[in-house]
Design a protein around this ligand. Structure first.
Ligand SMILES: Nc1ncnc2c1ncn2[C@@H]1O[C@H](COP(=O)(O)OP(=O)(O)OP(=O)(O)O)[C@@H](O)[C@H]1O
Length: 273
């Protein structure tokens, strides 16, 4: 992993972050002393058992909540400033589209809200729809689209302002297997084209391995980072990769980090989703 001094241009820098929720039933320590640096252009997945704080960490980076300890920087700015400057796009599990707006109007929304895109806003929307393969559906409404298509609209929308960073929380969680694999391949292509860094929350080891440069493994609550698996399959990423030994080796490595099992056991019963 790159050292702190080398990563002045990091997309995300999480330092010694704690998050404690105060609830009626007491304190919930969701994150404990989390350190993470995501380089510009790097794809990092967060994986770990349910409730380990993956979404919480992503929400802190997105400034949707604030840490109780430590600091978060996004492109060298505070998380708050990065949000104000719209330095990132967000795509969460439910596509979150506005049902009364057409596909193109949904994609255009952030540009409209931020008065961005200028005269060529329509051109930008057309380009984004082409990127996600939905040009022919520009005038459709979300309920006329499949779940996978809705998710692609959400991804187009998150890319509208050319963010250098995408924050994605289980964006493909609700999709069927075939659509999910297609979307994963599309996301690899899109991030390759745009050079955006991605922080991606998932429950699926193979999904994390297929997409990521690094897979960050978190422990049960309070969430801590217990291991980082360097995947960097790079140009090998393609449909054939899923059948490849390199892929299974990386899946096994993540599984071992998660469960602390020896390789032979770890390879058994891998969730191939
Ligand atoms: N607003 C909140 N108030 C109180 N507790 C919370 C709040 N948000 C999250 N938590 C708690 O913090 C812990 C981490 O939650 P979080 O949603 O980040 O986990 P996760 O790893 O994303 O889980 P999952 O994989 O199930 O989505 C959980 O125990 C959760 O109950």
């Amino acid at each position: 992993m790159t050292s702190e001094t080398e990563s002045a241009g990091a997309a995300v820098r999480v330092s010694q972050v704690d998050k404690v929720f105060s609830t009626k039933r007491g304190r919930v320590e969701a994150l404990h002393q989390v350190d993470l640096v995501v380089e510009a252009g790097e794809f990092v997945s967060l994986i770990g058992p349910s409730g380990c704080g993956k979404s919480t960490l992503l929400r802190l980076v997105a400034d949707l909540d604030t840490p109780t300890g430590g600091t978060i920087e996004v492109f060298g700015k505070s998380a708050r400033q990065a949000r104000v400057d719209q330095d990132y796009g967000i795509a969460f599990q439910s596509a979150g589209l506005l049902p009364w707006r057409t596909v193109e109007a949904n994609v255009e929304l952030p540009l409209q809200l931020h008065k961005a895109g200028g005269k060529d806003r329509a051109g930008r929307v057309a380009e984004l729809l082409e990127m996600v393969g939905l040009t022919d559906f520009a005038g459709h409404y979300p309920d006329q689209l499949s779940g996978g298509m809705q998710q692609r609209v959400a991804i187009a929308r998150s890319l509208a302002e050319n963010p250098r960073l995408l924050l994605m929380d289980e964006p493909f969680g609700a999709l069927d297997e075939m659509t999910r694999e297609r979307m994963q391949a599309e996301l690899v292509r899109i991030t390759h084209e745009t050079g955006a860094a991605v922080v991606f929350v998932t429950h699926s080891i193979p999904e994390a391995v297929f997409l990521s440069d690094r897979v960050v493994v978190m422990s049960p609550r309070p969430g801590r980072i217990t291991g980082v698996v360097d995947v960097r399959l790079g140009d090998q990423r393609g449909e054939g990769l899923r059948e490849d030994k390199t892929f299974f080796d990386a899946v096994t490595a993540v599984r071992e980090e998660l469960h602390g099992e020896p390789a032979a056991q770890g390879a058994r019963g891998v969730d191939i989703r």
